[in-house]
Design a protein around this ligand. Structure first.
Ligand code: NAG
Ligand code: NAG
Length: 986
């Protein structure tokens, strides 16, 4: 047999060339292949290298040189590379593969060799490896066959940062590196060699024990039917193709590498200084994907099993010869599947039709057409009813503004109120009709004598066909329905005006009987100034998205101690994030939402308000969430977030994580769980939804029941001091129980103070009380911030201190005395958050200055969209953002520039989505909920026959007549003529 000369080029350098011996078992000729008498496996090819017997790497391996621009791993916060200089032959004893210390931009250069042959398809791979040394910092020395990510076998020996955690992991197809998929060093050391089922070869400890810190034999058996991993001769993992049809099956090269990506679930690290792993020998027996059937047949004819060499024969040396083709990467045969083409074309045609129709509809019904219609109608001589309509609209606006003015009679702080003059109207909700009717008269009376003003026409519009009057609102959405609730007070009044118009029988504006004044003065919603609360919630929503952006892309800005790209992140974390990027802002959602759940009841004392809230609360939240979760399920399934897995190596944040629902059953189950979950807990859906925001839904939902019952009790306590004592009792208890209930009770308290006790006018008249109270509130807010700032500068961490005081639910001990002691998880309320939320909301309700800041148009513009922003910002960051970051990284943009571009474009995308998504989410939440309540609370109209008002034998009688066509024509015209009259009655 001839020798084979190989040249190999690595990154354009010739590294070495070596003459490879043909396999020879001492005197034996192994041309009849290799047989394993225990497993019965038979292989035709081999690569056998003893590094103690050669001075250079043999011609079977190539030394790799590369630098990854990113890793495809959720938990890799370092990128890895391989450098030729890190692969060293050491004194003819072993091959040493080094890992260098990480660079500033988180690149860890290790070393890697791979077989030149890429035609390895099934085999038994054995190698003598020594783990990287104890205490050097985490890294892994791995034996890997890999065609691509989903055709991978990996055996990694990992020392980890702490030697007691060291383990050997065995993974197929890039599995998550969980500890069950491997064995700890300690387990391996304790294992006896009793169950060893084949001879351990030279190099392994002779006394039969295994010590992975020393040279140990590792083995992967890969056949058509199974994959088995062995450590020191013990089978540690076996997977059959029956269990897992996705076992690797295509030809691949084999790699040995020493590397680290800082993955806390696998090797940890990286090492702070150079660390080396050792490779003693490699004995690879395998079959080639290039072997043809004829070759196999002739092989079978010429050889018998007894002629084959034993794989356990330690005297075997050298490697099989191979053709040039064996060094080429295997490619999947790309045959077009003809069967699929018709289906594809049908889909394409259907899709085009749908898109065309949607586009057409969009053009026909586009918003700008509505406004042009209403505008023309406004300017052209309007019909009598139209005229009244627009007049009344103008009236209502006037009333709004004048009420603003009336309302600003608090302590004058020198700030004008003009920002609110153009503030949008609160939304009208049809479902408020029953209640609204009752208060209609009052609000109507308040309507008269209003001042002047103008505003954009948005309240009432016509459909595109200009026949149906529709109520449109600039304030549509809400955050966790905070804002629907928020608007409810408003709705009580504003709906009335619209409704009274809508109820006009024939045309539009006949006043309902009993309210003769309506035509002149449409209700003047005595406008509670709650624009600022809309502003507050919008501000919070934006801050929450910024925080999620930070956690995803710039962790050091939010998380103390996270790795830093730029020094500025460190200062941002110390100075800015204690104020704006933290959990405290979430508390504000809870306190504000309470207010608007309870205010109808506090005002009226009518249990119907509670019933209405209770009926609507759940669908109002859950229908849009279910729809969005379903959408995300679909999009994630389509792979929209597939780049998210790549970004941790660039962002150095392992916070983002999302995966598809395993089945639709999981989807249903997790949605149901969200409905019933009792806080404090994280819903499972967090892992299948972009960003974990949905945990607040459980707090909101369960909190509603608390609030609804709470307000009934409170309402019955008529003596003020007893009532406030009760509040104090409840807040203290909820705080002690670490329950979000304390926030909700605080919201209730503030609502009660305002609605029942009218504390605002009272305070505005008494500056001696007003200013000290404001100062007190500011101190609360400042204390809230202080608790966040302290840990950055001192060793005292208030959150930990406070968390440790609370009782542990399972043992009853103070948490400080249990294993749960320490920093509280994010979904647990903190006292400083309570101080902050309560203080801030009181300030916002009382301070004119803050109110006017929060009434800036930007916040009011955002307000209708906050529920959309809340639900959708995550998927934008995690799909568009992660994709763009990878694209930029591939083009070698610096990280700062990449993140700036990603941030700006992500927010642009979010804002572009809003106008499309908000109406859908609003329809799903608000309209359906309104329908539910109306169905529940109103008597349905009397049942009619299907054919009403036509005779029941309309069609059957026709059949009796001979001339069918004529009668159809006649009846159709009857329908057309009489139809309209009938519609009104039905
Ligand atoms: C397998 O072969 C080895 C080496 O040739 C031999 O020592 C061993 O006894 C054989 N085992 C079986 C089960 O035949
Ligand atoms: C990996 O290669 C196999 C075989 O060609 C192919 O079926 C699979 O889709 C590839 N996986 C990826 C992630 O490209």
């Amino acid at each position: 047999m001839s020798s084979l000369i190989l040249f190999f080029l690595v990154s354009a350098f010739p590294v070495s060339f070596v003459v490879a011996d043909v396999v020879s078992g001492g005197e034996r000729n192994c041309s009849c292949g290799f047989y394993e008498n225990v497993t019965g496996n038979f292989f035709t090819e081999s690569i056998i290298v003893y590094f103690n017997e050669s001075t250079a790497l043999t011609g079977d391996f190539i030394i790799e040189q590369y630098e990854h621009k990113y890793e495809k791993d959720w938990n890799s916060i370092y990128r890895h590379g391989a450098d030729i200089s890190n692969v060293q032959m050491n004194n003819s004893q072993y091959l040493e593969i080094l890992v260098s210390q990480p660079t500033k931009d988180h690149l860890v250069k290790g070393g890697s060799i791979r077989t030149i042959r890429r035609d390895i398809q099934y085999g038994s791979f054995r190698a003598l490896l020594q783990a990287p040394p104890r205490g050097a910092g985490g890294s892994a020395v791995s034996m890997i066959t890999q065609h691509n990510e989903t055709q991978t076998l990996e055996l990694s020996v990992m020392n980890r940062n702490s030697p007691s955690d060291a383990w050997i992991g065995t993974f197929i197809n890039n599995e998550f590196t969980s500890r069950e998929l491997g064995v700890n060093f300690s387990t391996a050391i304790n294992a006896t060699s009793a169950n060893r089922n084949y001879t351990v070869l030279q190099g392994a400890s002779s006394n039969g024990s295994i010590n992975p810190w020393e040279f140990t034999e590792y083995r992967i058996d890969w056949t058509k039917d199974y994959v088995r991993f062995y450590v020191g001769g013990n089978l540690t993992r076996s997977i059959s193709r029956k269990e897992n049809a996705g076992l690797p099956s295509v030809p691949a090269p084999l790699y040995f590498k020493h590397w680290s990506t800082g993955n806390q679930y696998s090797m940890e690290g990286p090492p702070r200084q150079q660390s080396g792993a050792k490779l003693g020998w490699a004995r690879l027996f395998f079959n080639s994907s290039l072997t043809t059937k004829e070759e196999r047949d002739s092989f079978a004819k010429d050889c018998s099993l007894s002629d084959a060499c034993s794989v356990d024969d330690v005297s075997l040396r050298g490697s099989s010869a191979y053709p040039e083709r064996a060094t080429q990467k295997w490619k999947q045969n790309k045959k077009k599947d003809l069967k699929r083409m018709p289906a594809l074309w049908v889909s394409v045609i259907c899709l085009s039709f749908s898109s065309l129709l949607l586009f057409h509809t969009f053009l026909r019904r586009a918003p700008w057409r509505h406004s042009s219609i209403s505008a023309t109608q406004k300017h052209s001589a309007p019909s009598k009813s139209d005229e009244t309509l627009f007049n009344s609209e103008a009236e209502s606006i006037k009333s709004d503004n004048s009420s603003n003015e009336r309302r600003s009679d608090g302590p004058s702080l020198g700030l004008s109120q003009d920002s609110s003059a153009n503030g949008p109207q609160w939304q009208e909700s049809e479902d408020d009709i029953p209640l609204a009717k009752d208060s209609a008269v009052n609000s109507l009376h308040a309507a008269t004598n209003q001042g002047e003003s103008s505003r954009p026409p948005s309240l009432l519009r016509f459909d595109s066909d200009a026949t149906t009057l529709r109520v449109l609102s600039p304030y549509a959405s809400d955050f966790n329905t905070t804002m629907t609730d928020l608007t409810e007070e408003k709705e009580l009044r504003t709906t009335v005006q619209v409704q009274t118009i809508l109820e006009g029988k024939e045309g539009v504006c006949t006043p309902p009987e009993g309210h003769p004044a309506v035509t002149e003065a449409i209700p003047p919603p005595a406008r509670d100034r709650i624009d600022h609360l809309a502003g507050l919630v919008a501000l919070c929503a934006i801050l929450v998205t910024v925080m999620h952006f930070g956690l995803t892309f710039v962790p050091a800005m939010v998380i103390p101690g996270a790795p830093i790209h730029y020094k500025s992140e460190y200062w941002a974390q110390k100075i800015i994030s204690p104020f704006i990027l933290n959990q405290m802002w979430l508390g504000v959602f809870f306190t504000t939402s309470t207010r608007f759940l309870v205010s109808p009841y506090l005002k009226s004392g009518d249990l119907k308000a509670i019933a209405k809230g209770a009926v609507r609360r759940c669908p109002r939240l859950m229908i849009p969430i279910t729809a969005v979760a379903l959408l995300e399920y679909f999009l994630i399934d389509c792979g929209i977030t597939s780049y998210l897995r790549y970004i941790p190596s660039l962002t150095w944040s392992t916070w983002p994580y999302v995966t598809r629902f395993p089945t639709i059953g999981h989807f249903i189950s997790e949605i149901l769980e969200l409905l019933y979950l009792i806080p404090n807990a994280v819903p499972q859906i967090t892992f299948h939804f972009c960003t974990g925001v949905l945990w607040t839904i459980a707090v909101q939902l369960q909190g509603s029941w608390l609030v609804f019952t709470g307000v009934i009790v409170v309402y019955e306590i008529k003596t003020a001091w007893k009532r406030f004592l009760y509040y104090a009792f409840c807040i203290a208890n909820h705080w002690y129980a670490e329950s979000w209930g304390s926030y909700l009770w605080f919201g209730l308290l503030l609502a009660d103070l305002d609605i029942t006790y009218h504390y605002k006018p009272w305070l505005y008249k008494r500056r001696a009380a007003y200013y000290p109270l404001m100062i007190f509130c500011w101190i609360c807010v400042a204390l809230g911030f202080a608790a966040n700032v302290l840990p950055s500068w001192t060793h005292f961490n208030f959150a930990v201190y406070e968390h440790n005081l609370h009782p542990d639910p399972s043992s009853g001990l103070p948490i400080g005395d249990t294993p749960n002691a320490g920093y509280p998880v994010y979904y647990v309320p903190r006292f400083n958050g309570l101080l902050f939320a309560a203080g801030l909301q009181a300030i916002v309700e009382l301070s004119i200055v803050i109110q006017s800041i929060l009434s800036f148009r930007i916040f009011l513009f955002l307000f209708p969209h906050i529920f959309t922003i809340y639900l959708l910002h995550g998927i934008v960051f995690w799909s568009w953002g992660s994709w763009l970051l990878i694209v930029l990284a591939e083009r070698d943009f610096s990280y700062g520039i990449s993140v700036t571009i990603v941030g700006m474009t992500s927010y642009t995308v979010i804002f572009l989505i809003l106008p499309i998504a908000t109406p859908i989410i609003e329809t799903l939440g608000k309209d359906i909920t309104a329908q539910v309540w109306r169905n529940a609370s109103e008597k349905s109209p009397p049942k009619r026959r299907t054919l009403f008002p036509f005779p029941e034998d309309l069609f059957s009688s026709r059949e009796k007549e001979g001339d069918v066509e004529a009668s159809v024509g006649a009846e159709m015209s009857t329908v057309v003529v009489t139809g309209e009259g009938g519609v009104g009655d039905v």
